[in-house]
Design a protein around this ligand. Structure first.
Ligand code: 3PG
Ligand code: CO
Length: 546
């Protein structure tokens, strides 16, 4: 049980944490869909309620450096755990730098497995330096090591990004990498990109939102089905010609073939490494490889392979069993300790962010703690620039019902809009996304008042706050040749707000802006609002009490 907090007995009603995904505080108003949005509720909150800025990127959320933007995994981990752990990006980079990864049993089995079979090692993963799900440098290091250890053939299945990196940057990664592979393919070693496609079109679905994406990926990587090209550089050119205006993340699949024969189908006896370190978009394809009785789609042919994830993606499900680097051991999360303190908790989002407020929040675990209720609102399967309101209204309905039930003392929700629409690069749609969240808040806040509760309104990282790429030199929005702005689809490095919506303490409560205030300050702040002390492992609260 958490101890009583001497300075404050706790609010009469519930404490609600509202995550506005992708809502950062921009440096410039040019290119900010948040500035452009009409958002009377948020304007009123910022003007009338205590609010501070929280760090949401870089080392403040466990990324290797402060040049790394935040993302939903590390953001929700930090919010939910109240602690900052060295995250996948940093753990893998260190394991490679120190060579520990090659000493581990999983890497040895991968190499031995490939050598015992046809000698083929496959790498599947996100092909960029975004450092959100993967980093291309990790792939490079593994190719070099595979050669050194006598693997004969490497085949890479490259998921084009354009979502954590500029939207049409694929060739900046593919062309130099193919040159590197050509250079290293000597002495009987043969390494090539064998298949790929846009990450939002094949393979990298999450939270069971769209299994046909994974099925398309399986057909591409494993069965070698799809439009054929001589190499990946030609494939990117060819697909762009055939699909004008389509950005990298949405490009269709491609297969590399010699004389009509795919060069990298996955066969019995091969080894396969899924080299993303982040779990949400790795779990479904991993299940397709490792589950014996798999019913999500017809695999047609199921090669017997030695399979490893870069990390273990789900600690409760132990998925996958074989992994190259141990994930951060996230312990003593807020949901665990609120549960141990006997508090009923409610978590809600729509499919696209459902795992963020449950699985990431609870330290990459898919099981509930006692007293937790999770509610998922099914997301539409559409390009979100076509429906920027997404399921904000339905999430609000569910939250209001949960508040009115009187059953819950701690509630949390995630509005996906600012992020999911921000990732499309569509400025106009992103302003509507923010307006949808504002409207949702205008309905949710009165229900919190009626329950005698308070809310902490925040975000996991920025996105809609910068919808145009900035010119590296001038720091002004970069322009295309035709004078239009270059759309930016990725997250930002900006801080996020923390607003205390409190109509119950009579002005006793406030928020302290400290240098260290970050996403990991939220768990302790919630505890104090509940009249409880933080767990000793959690970072400090930012609540002030008069
Ligand atoms: C994605 O997976 O959609 C992006 O790479 C990161 O977005 P998220 O961290 O907001 O989920
Ligand atoms: Co995002």
């Amino acid at each position: 049980m958490l101890q009583k907090f001497p300075a404050f007995a706790g609010v009469p009603g519930p404490v609600v944490v509202i995550v506005m995904d992708g809502y950062g505080i921009p440096k410039h108003d040019v290119g900010s869909a948040i500035d452009a949005a009409r958002k009377p509720t948020l304007d009123r909150l910022f003007a009338q309620y205590p609010n501070i800025r929280l760090r949401a990127h870089g080392t403040a959320v466990g990324m290797p450096s402060d040049d790394d933007m935040g993302n939903s995994e590390v953001g929700h981990n930090a919010i939910g755990a109240g602690q900052v752990y060295a995250q996948g990006a940093a753990l893998v980079a260190n394991a490679i730098a120190e060579g520990a990864i090659w000493q581990g049993g999983a890497w040895k089995e991968i190499v031995a497995g490939a050598k015992a079979g046809r000698g083929v090692l496959h790498f599947i993963g996100l092909f960029s330096d975004g450092n959100v799900h993967s980093h291309i440098d990790h792939l490079k290091a593994m190719v070099v090591q595979a050669k050194a250890e006598g693997v004969k053939t490497v085949r890479i299945h490259a998921l084009l990004d354009g979502r954590d990196v500029p939207e049409t940057s694929a060739l900046e990664y593919v062309a130099p990498f193919e040159a590197f592979l050509r250079d290293i393919s000597t002495g009987g070693f043969d390494a090539r990109i064998a298949s790929g496609g846009g990450r939002q079109y094949i393979t990298m679905d999450r939270y069971d939102a769209n299994w046909p994406m994974v099925e398309r990926g399986w057909h591409t990587h494993v069965l070698g089905e799809g439009p054929q090209f001589a190499n990946a550089t030609e494939a990117v050119h060819g697909l762009r010609e055939r699909n004008p205006g389509t950005i990298d993340q949405d490009l269709p699949e491609f297969v590399i073939a010699d004389n009509g024969k795919p060069i990298g189908t996955i066969e019995d006896g091969d080894s396969v490494v899924f080299y993303n370190f982040r779990g949400d978009r790795a779990i479904e394809i991993t299940r397709a490889f490792v589950e014996e009785h798999f019913t999500e789609f017809d695999r047609v042919r199921t090669p017997r392979v030695t399979y490893a994830g870069m990390l273990q993606y789900d600690g409760d499900l132990q998925l996958p069993k074989r992994f190259l680097v141990a994930p951060p051991a996230i312990k003593d999360t807020s949901a665990e300790w609120f549960s141990k303190s006997g508090l009923a908790q409610f978590a809600c989002s729509e499919t696209q962010k459902f795992g963020h407020v449950t699985y990431f929040w609870n330290g990459n675990r898919s099981n509930k703690f006692e007293g937790e209720t999770w509610q998922e609102v099914p997301s539409d399967v559409v390009p979100f620039e076509q429906r920027p309101w997404m399921k904000a209204a339905e999430i609000t309905d569910a939250m209001i019902a949960a508040l009115q039930s009187g059953q819950y003392k701690v509630l949390r929700c995630n509005y996906a809009n600012g992020d999911m629409v921000g990732h499309t690069g569509n400025f106009r749609a992103a302003t509507m996304a923010i307006e949808a969240v504002d409207l949702a808040l205008s309905r949710l806040l009165p229900a919190i008042d009626a329950a005698g509760g308070v809310a902490l309104i925040t975000a996991d990282h920025g996105n809609a706050d910068e919808m145009f790429e900035l010119d590296k030199k001038t720091k002004q929005p970069a322009q295309n040749k035709d004078g239009s702005f270059k759309a930016k689809t990725a997250h930002t490095l900006n801080p996020v707000p923390l607003i205390l919506y409190d109509n119950v303490s009579g002005g006793r409560l406030g928020l302290a802006q400290t240098d260290t205030a970050g996403l990991s300050s939220i768990a302790a702040t919630v505890a104090n609002l509940l009249g409880l002390q933080k767990h000793e492992k959690w970072d400090d609260s930012v609540l002030t009490v008069k």
